[in-house]
Design a protein around this ligand. Sequence first.
Ligand SMILES: [Zn+2]
Ligand SMILES: [Zn+2]
Length: 285
Amino acid sequence: MSRVQKAILAILAVSASAVWYVILSAPPEVLTIYFFDVGQGDSALVTSPDGTQILIDGGPDDTVLRRLGEVMPFYDRSLDAIILTHPHADHVNGLVKVLERYEVGMVIDSGAVYATGAYKEWERRIRDKHIPHVIAVSGQRMIAGGDLRVDMIAPLESFEGASRKNVHDGMVVVELAYGETSVLFTGDMEDDLERKLLYFGVLPNTDILKVGHHGSKTSSAESFLKAVSPEAAVISSGQKNRYGHPHEDVLVRLEQLGISLHRTDEEGTVVLVADAFGTYTFRGK
Ligand SMILES: [Zn+2]
Ligand SMILES: [Zn+2]
């Protein structure tokens, strides 16, 4: 081999390793979901590979502000969308503060009527800040940045202006999918609505289930769990909460179906990281 040939080989080797360096050091294309520890309530932040941020529920108080501050850069004061599953305090209260502190691109909720101070404040701030407001209905699909798909599963018909004794009947149930991985957010859905969605054939087959109603025994019927057939589940509930969530029956059902479980009351904030090829992992924060 001539000296020139050796020099060319050396240059090729160096440039090849430079290419590998660029590939290996590029930020990974992943979807990250933080199931926040907000005590007895629900709140999850979804971040897609292009940086799109969607907050689903806000927990019972302003703990959510601290949780957002822990995972978002300090200069980032905006969220692309907020989804409110239903007007109960343990889901909406924290969002009132979030609307005050963050620029929000759009909000999605059921539009149900509910007479609590926090929920009225939520509606008032959306109006005052002229935030685009979408009423969720089954069948809507949104493609967010970074190939994140957002599908509305429930409510089956619009709840705009509707007042119900049990607002759990008008739950916004949403499936998020990125690449091969999908996650079903059920809010506080109870077995009545589970059965209805099953009957109408709109339940997706999902990899990861955010268990309904903090693991209450009025949710997660066996027929529902079998239809959704998740591999893994997350329960968001407070330590030693006064409702006894999650209920032992639900824990047994999940275990019998071989569904692995993560709990915010035991692990704190639960973090799900998924790539586009169906590989996902859970890790502590
Ligand atoms: Zn709740
Ligand atoms: Zn509720």
